[in-house]
Write a protein that binds this ligand. Structure first.
Ligand code: C2O
Length: 552
């Protein structure tokens, strides 16, 4: 493969949205940040220089990082943060992946403005398993706060309440014409008739799963999380924070004399009726061959809008996610683990616990402080990086290797009211031998206004072998698993009051973070980590850390 070199200068940049300016953290002054282009098999080298008064780290979301865990990026998990004035070079090879992934800051809430696309093309000479598009366009959803996002989350953690919701959703950084004072900040996709476009869609929003649809233009999904799927054509997609979805859009055969809105709005069972800043619009604009743009949009063409599902349309979501299937061909096999060495059952949800977030009682309402947990453990970040502690044999006092394989007290997780709010703090890891084949059932609970949780696993892709509503049934549900062509991805929505089962092979030594990709839930502790030990063979061992690895 080739070497792809980038320099990321992390800097403060003034940006105006919704008629209000603020200084935000950007990469190279761009918002959203630059796109990283590579082919499968390439070595990517990104030198990150921190010029801002915050600690920084960058995560390459979905990149397998085989044996290169030092380049994964989550602060205090695989590295100490890059301090102000310091730099760090991330180096990793792209192995067995092609499609769209993305990168984002992985410390506090800085990913609100520090994110960008990773476009991974197939190896030279290898075609897509679908008709080649005429053009490819990244579409990144984000969330915009008029206030400073670091202030928003630190205030929420101080008081123990929920942070303010964002003021707008964005497409490629632009809120669009449905928000006040925003029409000029509208993303436009200019197209020509009779062509095929591939949209590389990324949900970089902090706290919301999103529906997305384009009026009059069905979307054919061909790839999710950088894995090809059996193509399906839909009117609307659902994408959780952390996920990516490549879709083909075929334009009308001739100039249609209309303009089309593309809309994204949240899916949320917890926010129904109360969440107002709902819809970002972009414009799909045909270039009129008779009068080329920019005149085309000024002709008072009819504007057509798509209809999105209701904010809490859970059955749409279950139906949609159930339709995604791996390609599972000889060329792109679905290598689903059929035997399982280690079984885990994790409950994910919210609860309340005195001082659970940071272990110190500061807020006025200690007994109602929000906490989020996995198996009733609310994860506390250490003050040094877990991977360094493991590699140097100095794990004592940093983490304990006893993360529970199942909840201590099983009960009816989806009944009302569920009462496993007995959360405790800890920095606990599951230790796995190299190569173990793992099954993990993620059980959503209906605690505290049930919400689905997009769970993201670093360092691996996993197969989604089953999903359902209610409490997981180890006999009946296991018998119904799809071990033939389950979708393979790195982020999966655990339904509110439902469950998903995933399988993966622990063939990547290192410490791998797993967390809800709703940032507010990460802040509240809905996170944990796996430690995969080295294997016996030389090519089964974590490589030594680079010499410029940041220190805490
Ligand atoms: Cu995209 Cu640990 O996250």
């Amino acid at each position: 493969g080739a070497i792809r070199e980038y320099q990321f200068d992390v800097q403060m940049t003034n940006v105006t949205r919704l008629c209000s300016s603020k200084s935000i953290v950007t990469v190279n002054g761009q918002f959203p940040g630059p796109t990283v282009f590579a082919r499968e098999g390439d070595l990517v080298v990104v030198r990150v220089v921190n010029h801002v008064p915050y600690n920084m780290s960058i995560h390459w979301h979905g990149i397998r990082q085989l044996r290169s865990g030092w380049a994964d990026g989550p602060a205090y998990i695989t590295q100490c943060p890059i301090q102000s004035g310091q730099s760090y070079v991330y180096k990793f090879t792209i192995t067995g992946q092609r499609g769209t992934l993305w990168w984002h800051a992985h410390i506090s809430w800085l990913r609100a403005t520090v994110y960008g696309a990773i476009v991974i093309l197939p190896k030279p000479g290898v075609p897509y398993p679908f008709p080649a598009p005429d053009k490819e366009v990244p579409i990144m959803f984000g969330e915009w706060w008029t206030a400073d996002t670091e202030a928003v989350i630190s205030q929420a953690l101080q008081t123990g309440g929920g942070p303010n919701v964002s003021d707008a959703f964005t497409i490629n950084g632009l809120p669009g014409p449905l928000y006040n004072c925003s029409a000029k900040d509208t993303f436009k996709l200019k197209v020509q008739p009779g062509k095929t476009y591939m949209l590389r869609i990324i949900n970089a929003a902090l706290n919301d799963e999103l529906f997305f649809s384009i009026a009059g233009h069905p979307l054919t999904i061909v790839d999710v999380d950088a894995v090809y799927i059996k193509p399906i054509t839909v009117e609307t997609i659902l994408i959780t924070p952390g996920q990516t979805t490549n879709v083909l859009l075929t334009t009308k055969p001739s100039y249609p004399g209309a303009t089309y809105y593309m809309l994204a709005a949240p899916y949320s069972t917890a926010r129904s009726g109360t969440f107002d800043n709902t819809t970002v619009a972009g414009i799909l604009e045909y270039e009129d061959p008779a009068s080329p743009s920019p005149a085309a949009f000024n002709k008072n063409l009819p504007v057509l809008k798509p209809t999105l599902p209701q904010i809490n349309d859970t059955s749409f979501v279950a139906n949609y996610t159930g339709k995604l299937r791996s390609l599972a061909t000889a060329e792109y096999p679905a290598d689903v683990p059929r035997e399982v060495d280690r079984r885990f059952f994790f409950t994910v949800g919210l609860g309340t616990h005195p001082c659970a977030v940071n272990g110190t009682c500061q807020g006025p309402t200690n007994d109602t402080r929000f906490a989020a947990s996995v198996n009733n453990v609310s994860f506390v970040l250490p003050t040094t990086a877990l991977l360094q502690a493991h590699f140097t044999g100095r794990s004592n006092g940093v983490y304990s290797p006893n993360f529970p394989a199942a909840p201590l007290v099983p009960f009816n997780y989806t009944g009302t009211p569920p009462n496993n709010t007995n959360v405790s703090n800890g920095t606990k890891l599951v230790v796995l031998p190299y190569g173990a084949s793992v099954e993990l059932v993620l059980q959503g609970t209906s605690i505290q206004g049930a919400e689905s949780h997009p769970l993201h696993l670093h360092g691996f892709n996993f197969f989604v072998v089953g999903q359902g509503f209610g409490n997981f049934d180890p006999v009946k549900d296991l018998a119904r698993y799809n071990l033939v062509d389950p979708v393979e991805r790195n982020t999966v929505g655990v339904p509110a009051a439902g469950w998903v089962a995933i399988r993966f092979r622990a063939d990547n030594p290192g410490v791998w973070f797993m967390h809800c990709h709703l940032e507010v839930h990460v802040s509240w502790g809905l996170k944990m980590a796996w430690l995969v030990l080295d294997g016996d063979r030389p090519n089964e061992k974590l490589l030594p850390p680079p010499s410029d690895l940041p220190k805490c």
